[in-house]
Design a protein around this ligand. Sequence first.
Ligand code: ADP
Length: 164
Amino acid sequence: MPKTIGLYPGSFDPLTNGHLDIAKRALKVCDHLIIAVVANPNKSSTFTAAERVALWKTVAPRLGRNVKVDSFEGLLVDYAYHIKADLIFRGLRAVADFEYEFQMALINRTLHSDIEVCFLVPNEQFIFLSSSAVKEVARLGGDVKGFVPPAVEKSLRMKFKIRP
Ligand code: ADP
């Protein structure tokens, strides 16, 4: 049987435990998962694309050998087509995510009709979690241990020059 290739794209600025939860769930549905950091230069980010990729590369091995980390610029569907993805995974947290994700899924389907988008719902403990909220807590010196993997926590401390 052909192997299913899943793509989990995102800004991941930086990745959080919510992103990790979605990646783990995606692995129940596909054989290979490619986690792809969006590296569009016109979108400002706290961590560079290289830093965001490096953080995923530190964390991803614990998910399994069938996970790869990459980055891309330009249209998501073009990249998905290029890597022969069968499924694009997106996480749905609350109603707020729905409208945007639904619009993007339909636009992407118009551009490339043969790639399906699969929405996954995280564990409820991550429903409130976002990269921007985590950065805000870290910037103000708060403890983000429960929200991000240790490597990300360390990077946030370095980024915002906060002592342990
Ligand atoms: P983007 O700019 O592509 O939305 P994000 O890094 O914010 O990039 O999110 C990437 C994907 O992960 C999106 O589908 C988003 O809805 C999902 N996501 C973000 N945070 C969480 C979370 N806490 N739980 C589940 N999914 C999440």
